[in-house]
Design a protein around this ligand. Sequence first.
Ligand SMILES: NC(=O)C1=CN([C@@H]2O[C@H](COP(=O)(O)OP(=O)(O)OC[C@H]3O[C@@H](n4cnc5c(N)ncnc54)[C@H](O)[C@@H]3O)[C@@H](O)[C@H]2O)C=CC1
Ligand SMILES: O=C(CO)COP(=O)(O)O
Length: 355
Amino acid sequence: MSEWYPTTEPISLPDLARSAGDGTRVTVIGAGNWGTTFAKIVADGGHPVTLGVRRQEHADEINESHRNTAYLPGINLPESISATASLEEAVTGADLVFLSVPAQSARENIEEFKPFLGGDASIISLMKGVERTTGMRMSEVISEVAEIPYDRVAVASGPNIALEIAREQPTAIVVASSSQELAVRVARLARNSYLRTFVNPDVIGTEFGGVLKNLIALAIGIADGVGFGENTKASIMTRGLAEITDFAVAMGAARETMMGLAGLGDLIATCMSPLSRNFTAGRLLGQGYSYQDVTGRMAQTAEGLRSVESILVIAGEHRVPMPIVTQIAAVLEGRMHPAELAPHLATDNESGDRE
Ligand SMILES: NC(=O)C1=CN([C@@H]2O[C@H](COP(=O)(O)OP(=O)(O)OC[C@H]3O[C@@H](n4cnc5c(N)ncnc54)[C@H](O)[C@@H]3O)[C@@H](O)[C@H]2O)C=CC1
Ligand SMILES: O=C(CO)COP(=O)(O)O
């Protein structure tokens, strides 16, 4: 068993070779890109998974062909994933419920499955957005709506581009909870030969890392769409990391978390991957498409688009300057030409041009 360090650098669990193997009943709600991949992660680690989907034909495809062609083309799913279009069937009797729907629909989803949630069940957020209407983190929404104590909530985040993981390319993930017991329990389940799992007590940092890197990936996509090269993107990533770290720390995160897998690690993956939906949305903006065009063209969830406004409101309340995110908002609202985003990097630092 690993120790539970009160500090922040994600902690490796080298002895995770011991399987959870305790009959824990696992459900994943949301059979999109990430929910389906996460179900595969757990199933490949040796645990059967129930996958809650929205449409019956989708459940039929997963159960009969072991495929989810709409979200994971070319991927064969383990037979130990069983899909159901009934939330009651998915959630009744589950010990751990992983939630992987768009952040803006988390509240309504939880309300729908809450009646079936067992008295000891825990819920783990796989989502990387904040609720637009309240600015709440997903772990807060879960605890409030499901009416379960915060120590029965966990979050998982890190450099986790779903399709790469579905192809079994190795990566790492961080599980955070205010309960060490829950974090370790989840970490034991969410691991296999291609996924190394770490635990971290810093829920705020782990969660905000995932939300905030999406915004910087939007900016990198915009720069790419405009045609700027690697120097520009490196400048945005580096200044972006400083900016989102300041924000997260002001919100109570540990700085080290933002330098770990859930911060820097995920920032790199999302900014560099053409598979990233946030990068892709940004690139379309950089190519001159409007916000409405971009949302219309995106078949999958790009959380960053819906988080910009809330993050800026929270930043304003905490007096954290966010020049890059402010400029993304201006591009989204059509107030700034995408090509203007990068030059402003060097001029919006109120303390002069000191890094
Ligand atoms: N795809 C990825 O590589 C990763 C995604 N995430 C996060 O996971 C969450 C889910 O993302 P994805 O699975 O990628 O999204 P997606 O767009 O691929 O799938 C969303 C899923 O949620 C379902 N859903 C349930 N209620 C819905 C509603 N009311 N409106 C729309 N869809 C609804 C959809 O049917 C679909 O199965 C997001 O917060 C994302 O940031 C986190 C890590 C990796
Ligand atoms: O969170 C992710 C990788 O860790 C996925 O990023 P996108 O939502 O931009 O595809």
